[in-house]
Design a protein around this ligand. Structure first.
Ligand code: PLP
Length: 370
């Protein structure tokens, strides 16, 4: 494995120090939850090794989302990040071929790169609404294609793929004897109907998700992968056991007790997201120097600056003078005129101020021609 630190991690707010940032529009989750605001009882918890696959009741709760799934199809992991690592390292060797959409959450590209497998990208374009077709994927399949990797709803754009395409991709993977990874970490944040839980579609599909994004619990480090393929599950379990044996019983218990009441917690979270999305929409409509593809879920969007400006200067002013941070394009292997705005994490006033600071920074670098 040829590990390299990713810019999105090196430059993350937690690595820079949260106190160095006044207006934090970099986050891809909702506001972080506070432990005392969660109704918990941990007094009788035994601090033993837990079940290697994860707390049975937690796995059952997750599997209950689909009639096609059982608790045994669910493996609890340390966040979605470790699920993605387990999947890539279990499935891909140097001789294998991966098809992955780009831009993407960096790990979905970087771990396969560290393995050294062959990678073909499906490049998502602003002009086509960051969407792709079945043909975009099918035309890239080769005899050594082992994995197709998509993220839905997508990070960094928030775009959802049509459900029909999801069904077609699942069928394509089955027909062509490869696996389809659907990173569904933002699924519970879909604006309208949630897409089908992908792993329920057939035994070639693997779903990944976590409690980090929709519930503001990234510090718990609880996520999961789901597969109906028993032999694949055994391989994933072996990988988990070799990396960390089992999850923290405390993390699992908190996630379980939270998820039992998730609808009640989420009704408050949803209102905040809707308020903030309205602020974002108003701002972008009144900001003629930027344009955006409307997201269908998540709490991030990926607008771009459409006028010609000195981008180095723009970010310098935004970060230094206005103490405002966004996810710059290079976090996603995209040009710097693209920026990810996380609108679900900040308080509404912070979001308004941060967006206005983007406009003020543009004022300082944009000189329209007469
Ligand atoms: C698409 C996607 N997958 C996975 C992760 C990892 O999240 P976690 O490990 O906190 O569950 C992230 C985090 O940003 C993400 O955006």
């Amino acid at each position: 494995m040829d590990y390299k630190r990713m810019p999105i991690e090196v430059e993350s707010p937690e690595e820079m120090g949260y106190d160095t940032i006044k207006y934090n529009l970099t986050e891809s989750s909702v506001t972080d939850a506070v432990l005392t605001n969660i109704d918990l009882n941990l007094n009788q918890l035994v601090l033993c090794y837990s079940h290697h696959k994860g707390k049975p009741e937690l796995r059952e709760l997750i599997a209950n989302e689909s009639a096609e799934l059982l608790a045994e199809n669910v493996l609890i992991t340390a966040g979605a990040a470790s699920a993605l690592f387990i999947i890539s390292t279990s499935l891909l060797c140097k001789d294998d071929h991966l098809i992955v959409v780009r831009p993407n959450y960096a790990t979905n590209i970087e771990t396969p790169r560290a393995i050294g497998c062959e990678i073909d990208f499906v490049e998502l374009q602003f002009e086509t609404g960051f969407t792709f077709t079945l043909e975009d994927i099918a035309s890239k399949i080769k005899p050594n294609t082992k994995l197709i990797s998509i993220t839905n709803p997508h990070n960094p754009t928030g775009v959802l793929i049509p459900e029909e395409l999801l069904f077609q991709l699942a069928a394509l993977a089955k027909e062509r004897n490869c696996f389809l990874l659907v990173d569904e970490t933002y699924r519970d944040l879909s604006f309208n109907n949630k897409p089908a839980l992908a792993a329920s579609l057939n035994d070639c599909v693997i779903s990944v998700a976590s409690v980090s994004k929709a519930y503001g619990l990234p510090g718990l480090r609880i996520g999961w992968l789901i597969t109906r393929n028993q032999s694949l599950m055994n391989t994933f379990l072996a990988a988990k056991e070799q990396i960390f044996i089992c999850n923290s019983v405390i993390d699992e218990e908190i996630a379980f007790q939270y998820l039992l009441q998730k609808d009640a917690y989420f009704s408050v979270i949803k209102k905040h997201i809707q308020t903030n999305y309205a602020i974002l929409s108003r701002w972008i409509q009144n900001e003629p120097r930027m344009e955006m593809v409307e997201p269908g879920g998540g709490v991030v969007c990926f607008p771009r600056i459409k006028v010609d400006v000195d981008l180095v200067k723009f970010y310098e002013i935004l970060n230094t003078k206005y103490k405002t941070f966004v996810g710059p394009g290079h976090w996603f292997e995209m040009p710097k005129n693209y920026l990810r705005i996380g609108y679900g994490w900040p308080k509404s006033e912070e979001l308004s101020e941060g967006l206005s600071n983007i406009s003020k920074s543009l004022d300082e670098v944009y000189k329209p021609h007469d």
